[in-house]
Design a protein around this ligand. Structure first.
Ligand code: ADP
Length: 246
């Protein structure tokens, strides 16, 4: 049975500020904690700083002030990066344009776990087949990634992130360019990763209504963390939140 472990903070952000140009703060005094097993919807309007916050948590950007800990360790010294999976915004997924097959793309994700100079063994290949089956893409294993639909490519990106067996999966606006039925299937997949595999999910989206239907908790970002809401609280205060809070 899936449960959120309220005794364990898997992500801790403390008093973080950040600016791209050294002058204007894009994020100011952000504090946030995420429990193991949670499914967080990081919501806010365009330009509110959601992607920047995600990149700080991932260690891609370095905070000006404050600290970020993952699994209780400072992100700057976290050695085992394979514990984190990241599905970036589709536009920035350069390899979608490369002539690689679905299986190869997912196998590349396995390097994060095994190291770049590891020779892929049959067990790695079996694992990749298993991951492809999980995201319902087994029958596309030999197809070129660039030839797939938006929803199918999104599944490959998730399979690639899952290939290193992460404990936390970060996703940035993952359903951009995916049609309605693809989107529904996609969220079904996320639910099963969260509930069956106990993977903690942090999903960035500007679609707050959808997030309120999918996530367990909403974190509203506008330069800082404006509020934490349960989906029930959001729906009860929806008009007010849309107009005033975000
Ligand atoms: P969101 O993900 O909520 O849309 P972002 O984190 O992408 O917001 O952007 C927050 C702010 O930081 C915006 O004003 C954006 O223009 C600015 N910004 C984002 N990336 C960069 C960058 N690489 N260089 C300078 N400014 C940036």
């Amino acid at each position: 049975m899936h449960e959120v472990d309220h005794t364990k903070n898997i992500i801790e952000v403390n008093g973080v500020s950040f600016s791209y140009d050294g002058r204007v703060d894009v994020l100011k005094d952000v504090s946030l904690s995420v429990h193991r097993g949670d499914f967080i919807g990081l919501v806010g309007s365009n330009g509110s700083g959601k992607t920047t916050l995600l990149k700080l948590i991932l260690g891609i950007l370095v905070p000006k002030t404050g600290s970020i800990r993952l699994f209780g360790e400072d992100i700057a010294i976290l050695r085992d990066r394979s514990r984190i999976g990241y599905v970036p915004q589709k536009a920035s997924s350069f390899y979608l344009n490369f002539p690689v097959s679905v299986r190869e793309a997912v196998l590349m994700g396995r390097f994060g776990k095994r190291g770049l100079f590891h020779r892929m063994k049959s067990e790695d290949r079996l694992f990749v087949d298993d991951v492809l089956a999980r995201v319902n893409m087994a029958s596309f294993a030999d197809r070129l990634v660039g030839e797939l639909s938006g929803g199918q490519q999104q599944r490959v990106l998730i399979a690639r992130a899952l290939a290193c067996e992460p404990e936390i999966l970060f996703l940035d606006e993952p359903t951009t360019g995916v049609d309605q039925s693809g989107e529904n299937e996609f969220y079904e997949l996320l639910r099963s990763l969260n509930r069956k595999l106990d993977i903690t999910l942090v999903l960035v989206s500007h679609d707050i209504d959808r997030m309120a239907r999918e996530a367990m908790h909403l974190v509203c970002v506008d330069q800082t963390v404006k509020c934490y809401l349960s989906p029930e609280e959001y729906f009860a205060r929806r008009g007010e939140i849309n107009e005033k809070t975000l």
